[in-house]
Design a protein around this ligand. Structure first.
Ligand SMILES: C[C@@H](C(=O)O)C(=O)SCCNC(=O)CCNC(=O)[C@H](O)C(C)(C)COP(=O)(O)OP(=O)(O)OC[C@H]1O[C@@H](n2cnc3c(N)ncnc32)[C@H](O)[C@@H]1OP(=O)(O)O
Ligand SMILES: [Co+2]
Length: 145
């Protein structure tokens, strides 16, 4: 597998609206997308866009508020009530090839690929197999970059 672009850093928050205000007012963000619910991951989500080089899209901060206490992000917030960095997400050209790669290396892929917040397939790899970092792999959207 060839490592692709760092698409986003997932940041969990107990209060999405407060986090949006933080990124605007404290971090100077000028481009924050409208929040929406992604039922398959039990999150309300929006993106803070950072600028890339030469007008290209930069890495995003993905703000995640759980819609259920017993969800992945809900359980994580129980241990980390302030919120903070939850996962990192890299792009790959072929999601099934990437899944096979991690599985061949004995890494725990968490479930089958599902459609993520960018409309392409994603999967997660267990943090205990990844140096402590919950890692999301997503297929690059068609026509991007
Ligand atoms: C919108 C979408 C998108 O981008 O398109 C998304 O990103 S959705 C993003 C939300 N969705 C997901 O995260 C889905 C994938 N995540 C999961 O399946 C789960 O959260 C697991 C990673 C398997 C953890 O669940 P589990 O029930 O095992 O929780 P647990 O608290 O018992 O955790 C087991 C051990 O892993 C550690 N652990 C848990 N979550 C972690 C995280 N985010 N980063 C690093 N370590 C983590 C715990 O501290 C614990 O270590 P100790 O045993 O040492 O205490
Ligand atoms: Co994500």
């Amino acid at each position: 597998m060839k490592l692709g672009r760092l698409n986003h850093i997932g940041v969990a928050t107990p209060d999405l609206d407060a986090s949006i205000a933080f990124y605007r007012d404290v971090m100077g963000a000028t481009d924050v997308t409208e929040p929406f619910v992604l039922e398959s991951q039990q999150v309300r989500v929006c993106f803070v866009n950072t600028p890339g080089e030469n007008g290209t899209a930069g890495t995003q901060i993905e703000l995640l508020q759980p819609t259920a206490a017993d969800s992945a992000v809900g359980k994580w917030l129980e241990k980390n009530p302030l919120g903070g960095q939850h996962h990192i997400c890299y792009e790959v050209p072929d999601i099934l090839e990437a899944k096979a790669w991690f599985e061949k290396l004995g890494k725990r892929v968490l479930g089958e690929p599902r459609v993520g917040a960018h409309g392409t397939l994603i999967f997660f790899v267990h943090p205990k197999d990844m140096g402590g970092q919950l890692t999301e792999i997503m297929e690059t959207p068609k026509g991007a970059h």
